[in-house]
Design a protein around this ligand. Structure first.
Ligand SMILES: Nc1nc2c(c(=O)[nH]1)N[C@H]1C(S)=C(S)[C@@H](COP(=O)(O)OP(=O)(O)OC[C@H]3O[C@@H](n4cnc5c(=O)[nH]c(N)nc54)[C@H](O)[C@@H]3O)O[C@H]1N2
Ligand SMILES: Nc1nc2c(c(=O)[nH]1)N[C@H]1C(S)=C(S)[C@@H](COP(=O)(O)OP(=O)(O)OC[C@H]3O[C@@H](n4cnc5c(=O)[nH]c(N)nc54)[C@H](O)[C@@H]3O)O[C@H]1N2
Ligand code: SF4
Ligand SMILES: [Mo]
Length: 763
């Protein structure tokens, strides 16, 4: 038996340096950083050749975030950001993880490496197999790997004993083929990273507006009077969004930011696409900063709703858009009535914000009609995450700020094709309408029973109800909550398989047997039997567009994701009526099927080849709310946080540094927060530190408390920071060990990784 390895990021301090927090984001420094990363990983000449193709119409889609590209004019050479360049550098790295690497380093040894060291080891070049009881991965042929996986799958008592996870980089074509294989195999166990990400947005928006996606386009930012950015750090996670916010300001619009942290990018930025602006003070973005306490958002939004209601009473017809409310919505009376159950004095302490500032924000909302609300993980990863989003929809509906130019909902998606994967059917509970069409087109009976989401999958593997884990991308053990619990779940499996570009911790925390299937990255040419292929993706605003690989593949052995699915399907499904080999040889054939099954993809092959791609239909954007249960846009009743802290407890949010992509650690610096060369930090309010008798850089252990259970993460350095009292922040994935598997959002099971109750204990 292999010795059990530690599933957590090893406790190892790296030599912290504290720097002044910069005044402005982006600018020259960002360009320097882009060039430094690309030069180190890829080499300067090849790197510049690569970047020149990034996000261009005949180039490849950025593997970073899902922020859209401009429809028309694109900057020559530079339609990307620092973190886009880092994402490309990471994928195109010269470093290779070859069979020799695995012969040299045992799984036990690699598990002791930091996430940074694991990631930097490079791209996996060959399929690898870890036989039961062994501690070194061994080379295996594609054929043998497919045969082995197929045998394990077919030996299961039921297809529902297998889990098929997807991360959000998988292309539309690969995702469609993958879900088709999984459903023909016989299960809906298709959890994805969305279950940990914007699931709560999907749940809230489907119920209230009849579509689980946002309603605005990039152009709307040019016309908005007011943009509210909640629970989001675009300077790091969606940097080109700052350009869109800059446009709002240029056109006279205002910006309100609601966040426990004054994130640098949102405060001020220098447009990297305009060298004339690199020197000088930069552009101020945020007009009004509401420094909310973690999970104080429903309380804050409710206060705003109450103040709006009062003003409407005073000036009837001047605050609410009655025409819109009467024609398009349901439930306004109940919502306004329900506000009486929440006195201002009860809500106020949850927000931590000056009352005068809340009044000012309300005034801006009252005095403007074209309002966009943007949000990301700061709203979606809480017990009451769905409430957060439904409550902001209440405000937009009262104002009629939806389905018109310059107004609407903007959930900003994470992974570059996470939205597209869902559109393609990667979901454990796709609608019967979708499954009916699949049945008609492919002539098999897709399973109807809903499958497991991420949290249910982990529980099922823990209880040995699921025995095979298959990951299409991603790094499940590090991304999921409750690291030790998730690790135990994976170790229970008979087989864990990962389709991956780069080495990660999930290859090291494995089932009895484990397999790594190395695939092509987005930036690489994809040559199949009928010639070179392109893939397509859907960005955060529902635009589907093509992406053409540019580099020669890292190794001759790599297969594309569609080819891997086809290989697996051929090996597993003995009497399949589907010609998997033909699909892998020509992605146009996959797109023809998508066109027949998924609304909005009619003439897919022709449409996607047109300049810049095409918009998918969006009922909320079109001011049509008939797809909801009531046939109208629904007002809802929502609950503020019910989490209570004792005097020595703190609320902890797990956030991203400027130098990471989820579990991939690009570097150890968080430049915009002034912390260099260290990730094991806990950001604390200076007054809280004094009360706890903690000094700057004291070494502490963090203990989380959930329903009487304790979890511990050892060895963090205290950093004094501008954060509300009783609030703290740590980085994901180091702190995931503290998030209980049972601490999830109501109505959608998203892990509540931004509301972890902890105590801070000095060593
Ligand atoms: N460079 C880079 N880009 C990325 C990623 C990456 O890791 N690196 N990840 C991608 C993915 S998958 C995603 S989902 C997105 C994530 O993008 P973000 O959601 O911006 O990422 P987080 O770092 O989780 O940031 C959450 C923000 O919410 C704030 N916040 C936390 N709790 C609360 C709260 O209770 N209320 C409010 N109002 N604010 C709160 C935090 O202070 C922080 O500013 O980015 C995508 N883009
Ligand atoms: N505590 C805490 N936990 C969180 C979060 C948080 O804010 N706090 N955020 C959550 C969110 S929003 C998300 S989206 C999840 C992310 O969860 P995941 O999507 O599972 O994690 P990533 O780190 O994005 O996955 C990185 C790995 O994907 C593989 N990869 C990269 N590109 C490709 C490709 O093109 N094809 C294939 N097949 N593989 C590829 C590489 O091997 C790389 O190691 O984490 C969630 N977990
Ligand atoms: S904003 Fe997102 S999609 Fe655009 S270049 Fe940056 S990382 Fe890539
Ligand atoms: Mo995400």
């Amino acid at each position: 038996m292999t010795k059990k390895t530690n599933a957590q990021t090893p406790e190892k301090l790296t030599g912290i340096q504290l720097k002044k927090i910069p005044h402005s984001a982006v600018g020259v420094k960002a360009i320097q950083q882009s060039i430094a990363h690309i030069t180190k990983e890829v080499g300067l000449i090849k790197g510049i050749g690569l970047l020149k193709n990034l996000n261009q119409k005949d180039g490849f889609d950025c593997p970073g975030c899902a922020w859209p590209d401009p429809d028309a004019k694109r900057a020559f050479l530079a339609e990307y950001c620092e973190n886009g360049a880092k994402a490309v550098a990471e994928e195109a790295t010269r470093n290779k993880v070859s069979p020799l690497f695995f012969a040299t380093h045992s799984v036990n040894e690699l598990a002791k490496w930091s996430d940074y060291e694991i990631g930097k080891s490079g791209r996996i070049t060959q399929p690898m197999y870890l036989p039961e009881g062994k501690d070194h991965y061994e080379e295996i042929s594609w054929e043998a790997a497919f045969t082995l996986i197929a045998k394990e799958l077919n030996d299961l008592d039921s297809p529902d004993e297998a889990i098929f996870y997807t991360s959000g980089r998988t292309s539309n074509e690969a995702a469609f083929l993958y879900q088709l294989f999984v459903r023909q195999f016989g299960t809906n166990n298709l959890p994805d990273c969305s279950n940990m990400c914007h699931e709560s947005s999907g749940a809230a928006l489907t119920e209230t507006l009849g579509i689980g996606k946002g309603s605005v386009t990039l152009e709307d930012f040019n016309h908005a009077d007011l943009v509210i950015v909640m629970g989001q750090n675009p300077g790091t996670n969606h940097p080109r969004m700052l350009t869109a916010l800059g446009e709002t300001k240029k056109n006279g619009g205002k910006i309100i930011t609601i966040n426990p942290l004054p994130e640098v990018g949102l405060m001020n930025y220098k447009d990297p696409q305009n060298p004339l602006k690199w020197v000088g003070p930069g552009q101020d973005l945020t007009d009004l900063f509401l420094q909310v306490k973690i999970n104080g958002d429903v309380a804050l939004l409710k206060m705003i709703l109450k103040l709006m209601k009062e003003k409407e009473k005073e000036y009837p017809g001047k605050v609410f858009n009655h025409d819109f409310i009467n024609q398009k919505t349901a439930g306004v009376e109940e919502m306004l009535q329900d506000l009486n159950n929440y006195p201002l004095e009860d809500l106020y302490p949850q927000t931590g914000i000056d009352f005068a500032l809340i009044e000012k924000a309300t005034e801006l909302i009252i005095n403007n009609d074209k309002i966009i609300i943007c949000w990301a993980m700061g709203l979606t990863q809480h017990k009451n995450a769905v409430d957060n989003i439904r409550e902001l929809v209440n405000i937009l509906l009262l104002k009629g700020s939806i389905g018109k130019k310059g107004a609407g909902t903007c959930p900003v998606r994470g992974h570059s094709n996470v939205q597209g994967d869902r559109t393609m059917g990667i979901w454990e509970k796709m609608s019967d309408a979708f499954l009916d069409k699949l049945q008609n087109e492919f002539h098999f009976e897709p399973p109807r029973k809903h499958g497991f989401d991420v949290v249910n999958s982990i529980e099922a593997m823990h209880q040995k109800k699921a025995k095979i884990f298959f990951g299409m991308g991603g790094n499940f053990v590090s991304a999921a909550p409750d690291t030790e619990f998730t690790a135990a779940a994976l170790r229970n499996c008979d087989l864990t398989v990962h389709v991956s570009t780069k080495l990660n911790r999930s290859h090291l925390i494995h089932g009895k047997k484990a397999i790594i299937l190395p695939c092509l990255g987005r930036s690489e040419k994809d040559l199949q039997a009928t010639g070179e292929q392109f893939i397509s993706v859907e960005n955060s605003m529902g635009i589907v567009h093509p992406s053409y690989g540019h580099l020669d593949p890292h190794s001759d052995t790599l297969l594309s994701e569609p080819a891997i699915v086809a290989g697996l399907a051929n090996a597993t499904l003995k009497n399949s009526n589907i010609n998997w080999t033909a699909f892998a040889a020509n992605y146009d054939l996959i797109r023809d099927k998508i066109a027949k099954i998924i609304p909005g993809f009619e003439n897919f092959n022709a449409q996607v080849r047109k300049d810049g791609g095409f918009y998918l239909p969006n009922n909320a954007r079109a001011n049509d709310f008939t797809p909801t249960a009531t046939g109208k846009a629904n007002f809802t009743l929502n609950k503020p946080s019910d989490l209570k802290l004792t005097e020595d407890q703190f609320m902890m949010m797990t956030i991203r540094s400027h130098d990471q992509y989820n579990t991939t650690i690009y570097g150890l610096n968080d430049r915009y927060r002034g912390v260099l060369n260290e990730r094991r930090v806990v950001y604390m309010n200076p007054e809280d530190m004094r009360n706890q008798q903690l000094k700057q850089l004291d070494l502490v252990d963090l203990k989380s408390h959930f329903n009487g259970e304790e979890r511990i993460a050892k060895g963090f350095l205290v950093v004094s920071y501008n954060i509300p009292k009783q609030c703290t922040a740590t980085y994901f994935p180091e702190a995931n060990v503290l998030v209980s598997i049972k601490s999830v959002a109501r109505n959608c099971n998203t892990p509540a990784s931004k509301t972890v109750i902890i105590t801070v204990e000095k060593r």
